[in-house]
Design a protein around this ligand. Structure first.
Ligand SMILES: [Zn+2]
Length: 378
């Protein structure tokens, strides 16, 4: 990956490159960013630049043999260590190498992805992926090999916070005995969970959330999104690229309409309408149903922010903002809490394959009862 493909601040890229050109390459670096940040992309761009045979002052050449192998994630001197759990896509294997092809394609498709994105892609289902002790030992073994062709041997450790105690201690030993021309790039989404002894052995690269403009143009150039849609997704996602992509794929306008109509029907206790929306919900399919419920949760939180005096935190087109403003006026705080609980419960049930119609109708009737109480009280 080239630096120019990464929607991160230019100043940050510049400082990474400058350090290399002055000959200062720390042997262990911690790229720390939040979920959906560019931390992994930056680590990939940085490592490609480190070994590029013909780098410019601002980027790797992307064409030399080293760059070509690095960007396809097949360079023999680049080693990847990542969390995994058993998956049928890798024949339930416990060997880290069995998951490498899947991980490569994850890096290609969504190098900004979250642990959940990776779990979905690799179909770990309900098993929690971790960097197990075997993965750490593989990394150790790899360290003992001389580099094949590149100047630096690169060890990319994605989400070191998923190591358990045994793995983390073994890993710490490796960091304590640096091998020459080996660079560890730890990429963390929850750096505060790492052992302090690991953190103290790394040089920290703090990766900020992707800003709105950079994120919007990234969505437009990489995913051919229209500019209005990309702006909206960038706003709503608050710098989380993975979330922005999800929003982009959802039919934002349809969701807004369905959400408002649904809540109005609950408020009016209109059973005929509720049955109609239940059918509509059913027709969305499970993944979109889940997105819709996630969307609904965000909307309720937005409505709450508007009614509780923090409207500046809500970025929405004016018409949607006005709808939510009206909607928020009906709410009491108790009701909002109940509404959020209801939506979260519905999400979990859908996620566990419950019948969508039943879940939707159940939630609707409970919401209608909640609205009826508010009406009776007010
Ligand atoms: Zn190159």
């Amino acid at each position: 990956m080239k630096f120019s493909e990464v929607p991160a601040p230019e100043a940050l890229k510049k400082s990474l490159i400058q350090a290399i050109s002055t000959g200062y390459v720390a042997h262990a670096q911690l790229f720390a960013g939040s979920e959906g940040s560019t931390a992994l992309m930056l680590a990939l761009a940085y490592s490609q630049y480190l070994n590029c045979e013909n780098p410019s002052e601002t980027d790797s050449c992307d064409q030399c043999p080293s760059c070509i192998k690095a960007k396809k994630f097949v360079h023999p001197d680049f080693h990847y260590c990542f969390p995994f759990a058993k998956s049928k896509l890798a024949d339930e294997s416990e060997e880290p190498n069995a998951y490498l092809p899947l991980f490569r394609s994850f890096l290609e498709e969504m190098p900004f992805g979250t642990l959940q994105d990776w779990s979905q892609k690799a179909e770990f289902e309900n098993r929690a992926p971790i960097i197990n002790i075997k993965s750490v030992r593989e990394t150790m073994k790899d360290l003992q090999l001389k580099s094949y062709e590149a100047k630096y041997k690169i060890q990319i450790i994605w989400l070191p916070e998923t190591m358990r105690k045994e793995g983390a201690n073994a890993f710490l030993k490796m960091l304590e005995e640096p091998a020459p021309f080996t660079v560890f790039l730890l990429v963390s989404q929850q750096a505060e969970q790492l052992l302090p002894t690991i953190i103290s052995r790394t040089q920290r690269v703090t990766v900020p959330k992707t800003d709105r403009t950079a994120l919007s143009s990234f969505l437009q150039s990489r995913f051919q999104a229209g500019s209005a849609q990309a702006d909206l997704a960038a706003d709503l996602s608050e710098g989380n690229i993975s979330e922005a992509l999800l929003l982009l794929n959802e039919k934002e306008d349809d969701f807004h309409l369905l959400f408002m109509n649904w809540q109005r029907a609950c408020y009016n206790n209109n059973l005929n309408k509720l049955i109609q929306y239940m059918e509509e919900f059913q027709s969305l399919g499970r993944e979109v149903q889940k997105s819709f419920l996630r969307y609904s949760l965000t909307k309720v939180r937005n409505a709450m922010a508007i009614s509780q005096g923090a409207p500046e935190t809500v970025h929405l087109p004016p018409a949607e903002f006005a709808d939510l403003e009206k909607f928020g006026k009906i709410f009491t705080l108790d009701f909002i809490a109940a509404l959020l609980t209801e939506l979260e419960a519905a999400y979990i049930q859908i996620d566990r394959n419950a019948a969508a119609k039943m879940v939707f109708m159940d939630a609707s009737l409970r919401l209608a009862a909640g609205f009826a109480k508010i009406k009776a009280a007010g």
